[in-house]
Design a protein around this ligand. Structure first.
Ligand SMILES: [Zn+2]
Length: 347
C-alpha cells in the first residue's frame, strides 16, 4: 500500500492525486505517479538539509534567473543558466513563463505588501525548467523553483499557470515567516496560504476584482482529456474535477466535512479547502481587488501572528484581530472576516 505520509513534497500535485493515478492510471501513468511519490521523500531530505544553509544570493532587489535542466533531473537540479533579469524574451515559452511568473509574484509581495522577495531580503528567484522527462509536478525545493513539462496526457506544462507559480513561491515566504508545520491543520493553513497568494498573483495580473475572479487553482493545467477545470476551487471546494483517473476532488468546504486522514500529511491539500473558502468569502464580502484588503489582512497574519503550530481557529482570531487593527473595530472588513470564518464553521 502506498503511504504518502512521509513524502511531503510541497509540489503543486498533491500525494492524494498521485495515489489515485497510481491506482487507476495506465501503466505509464502509474510508473510516474509512483516515481513522484518516492521522489518526494528525497526532496524533503534535501529541503531539510538546505534549511540550515544560506539561501540563494540576496541581491536586495528583483533579480530572476532561469536554468534549463534539459530533462536531466538531479537533486538539486542540474542545468546551465539560460536567462537572467532584463534579457529579451526567450524562444522557449517555459523560460518566459517561469520568469514572468516569478516577476508577478515578486511584484505582488513588493508593490502591495512591501516585502522584498521570498526572504524579504531581496533573494534572487532561481527557476529550473524542463525538469526530468514528462515530469508531472512543480515545486519549491527550499531555495529554487523546479518545473516539469507535464506528460501532455493528464497535465500540461507546469509553468503555464501563474497561480501555480505564486503558490509554490509562497511556500518560500511561509518558510521564512510563520513556518507553519506541514501536517494537520497548520499544514492545511500552509497550503491555503499558498493558494490564497497564488490566486492573488493571478487576479492582480488579470486586474480582476474579487467578484470577477474564477478562484480556481491551476486552471488550464489539466489537459482536455481530463474531466476537470482545475486542481482546486477556493469558491467551491470539492468541485474542481471528477475524473476516472484522478478521482473526485476531495476538498471539504466547511468544518462539518473536515476530512480526518493520515494520508497527505493529515490532509494538508484536502482540508485547505476550508480556509481557502474562508478567504474567498471574506474577499468577496469586502469587494474590490482581493489583494488590497483581504490579502493584506492574511499577509500580516502570516508574517506576524501565525506560528508553526497554528490551527484554523488561531488563523480566524489572528485575521479578525488584524482586520480590526488595520480597518477599525466593527469595520465592514472586520465583520467580513468574522462572517467568513463563521461561514465555514471554524468559529
Ligand atoms: Zn503547496
Amino acid at each position: 500500500m502506498l503511504n504518502a505520509t512521509n513524502s511531503p513534497i510541497r509540489g503543486i500535485i498533491p500525494p492524494h492525486m498521485l495515489e489515485e493515478i497510481a491506482k487507476r492510471g495506465t501503466t505509464r501513468q502509474k510508473d510516474w505517479a509512483l516515481h513522484n511519490l518516492t521522489f518526494a521523500g528525497f526532496v524533503r531530505g534535501q529541503r531539510q538539509a538546505m534549511a540550515a544553509l544560506p539561501t540563494a544570493a540576496a541581491v536586495g532587489h528583483k533579480y530572476r534567473t532561469v536554468n534549463d535542466n534539459k530533462h536531466e533531473g538531479g537533486n538539486p537540479p542540474t542545468g546551465a543558466l539560460v536567462f537572467k533579469e532584463g534579457d529579451p524574451a526567450s524562444a522557449d515559452p517555459a523560460v518566459n513563463e517561469a520568469y514572468d511568473g516569478a516577476g508577478a509574484t515578486y511584484d505582488l509581495y513588493y508593490d502591495v505588501y512591501q516585502r522584498n522577495s521570498i526572504d524579504n531580503r531581496g533573494m534572487s528567484i532561481v527557476s529550473f525548467v524542463h525538469y526530468e522527462s514528462n515530469f508531472n509536478n512543480a515545486f519549491w525545493d527550499g531555495s529554487e523553483m523546479v518545473y516539469g513539462d507535464g506528460d501532455g496526457d493528464i497535465f500540461d506544462r507546469f509553468t503555464k499557470c501563474i497561480d501555480v507559480i505564486g503558490h509554490e513561491l509562497t511556500h518560500g515566504v511561509t518558510q521564512h515567516e510563520a513556518n507553519l508545520a506541514y501536517s494537520g491543520q497548520p499544514g492545511a493553513l500552509n497550503e491555503s496560504m499558498s493558494d490564497v497568494f497564488g490566486s492573488l498573483v493571478k487576479q492582480r495580473v488579470l486586474n480582476q476584482t474579487a467578484d470577477k475572479a474564477d478562484w480556481l487553482i491551476g486552471a488550464g493545467l489539466l489537459t482536455s482529456k481530463i474531466q476537470g477545470q482545475a486542481l482546486r476551487s477556493m469558491k467551491a471546494p470539492g468541485t474542481a474535477y471528477d475524473d476516472p483517473v484522478l478521482g473526485k476532488d476531495p476538498q471539504p468546504a466547511d468544518m462539518q466535512h473536515y476530512v480526518k486522514t493520515s494520508s497527505d500529511n493529515g490532509g494538508v491539500h484536502i482540508n485547505s479547502g476550508i480556509p481557502n473558502r474562508a478567504f474567498y468569502l471574506a474577499a468577496t464580502a469586502i469587494g474590490g481587488n482581493a489583494w488590497e484588503k483581504a490579502g493584506k489582512i492574511w499577509y500580516v497574519a502570516l508574517r506576524d501572528r501565525l506560528r508553526s503550530n497554528s490551527t484554523f481557529k488561531r488563523a480566524a482570531t489572528a485575521t479578525i484581530s488584524v482586520a480590526k487593527e488595520l480597518f477599525g473595530d466593527g469595520s465592514n472588513e472586520m465583520k467580513a472576516v468574522q462572517d467568513a470564518w463563521k461561514g465555514v464553521g471554524v468559529i
